[in-house]
Design a protein around this ligand. Structure first.
Ligand SMILES: *Cc1c(COP(=O)(O)O)cnc(C)c1O
Length: 233
């Protein structure tokens, strides 16, 4: 029988191992539960043990937030899937942060909607397609600096706080280290170019989060290792 709290405890202890191995401070690494295709009942069970909730689709997040039990603990919700421009307004109503910015047009669209609501800033990350897979969203690594500088100029209400990537689906440690280490190095380059601190590196999923932590991840996004396989039916 699967127990969500036990699964999370196991992941937290693996996170501690990876942090220790790489000489990192465990409290600087957050655990996101990725809850796409899983019901709200499983989410409310997990939420007290998580730092963040991650959803891929705007509509699914809207539906789930609408039935979230009143008074039930939650944690910040991050959007981690591709954001279509016609869903920006609803995304901003359901998410506390968007990790998947990969175009200036989308960023400008978000900035415009935010500007209608008074002077608040909205936090985002840039998604980078480190593995260069055609089917994947995210900006190419060599385009990231131009996107970030465009956002600093055109999106004054957006606060770019980090980078996100989805690694290649592989168990090859060397390939994974190249991807995760590559995102960390890209962050250094962008820090130098812009002066932004970019504290967050969102990288690592169920199969590769320990490697990601060893390479500098500050947010691991774990779905199936917490909630079991997704039912796409
Ligand atoms: C689904 C998803 C995850 C979680 O994947 P698991 O392998 O189930 O841990 C993490 N990040 C993104 C962007 C996802 O779409």
């Amino acid at each position: 029988m699967m127990n969500i709290a036990d699964n999370i405890a196991k992941i937290r202890s693996d996170m501690a191992l990876a942090a220790k191995k790489s000489g990192r401070v465990l409290s600087e690494i957050k655990l996101m539960g990725v809850t796409k295709y899983h019901p709200v009942e499983m989410m409310t069970e997990a939420a007290p043990h998580l730092d963040l909730i991650g959803e891929n689709k705007v509509q699914e997040a809207v539906n789930k937030r609408a039935v979230w039990p009143v008074g039930m603990a939650s944690c910040p919700w991050h959007m981690i899937g591709h954001l279509q421009r016609n869903k920006i307004r609803r995304a901003l109503e359901s998410f506390d942060l968007i990790e998947s910015i990969d175009s200036l047009e989308t960023a400008v669209g978000i900035n415009r909607v935010i500007s209608e609501g008074g002077p608040r800033r909205f936090p985002v990350y840039i998604e980078v397609n480190m593995s260069r897979e055609a089917a994947k969203s995210g900006v190419a690594p060599e385009e990231a600096e131009r996107l970030l500088e465009g956002m600093m100029t055109d999106c004054p209400l957006l606060s770019v706080e980090g980078l996100m990537t989805v690694a290649l689906d592989t168990e090859d440690e060397c390939v994974l280290r190249e991807i995760f280490g590559g995102l960390r190095e890209l962050r250094e380059k962008l820090r130098c170019a812009t002066g932004l601190p970019l504290p967050e590196l969102s990288m690592g999923m169920s199969g590769d989060f320990m490697t990601a932590i060893e390479e500098g991840s500050t947010i691991v996004r774990v779905g199936s290792a917490i909630f079991g396989p997704r039912n796409y039916g």
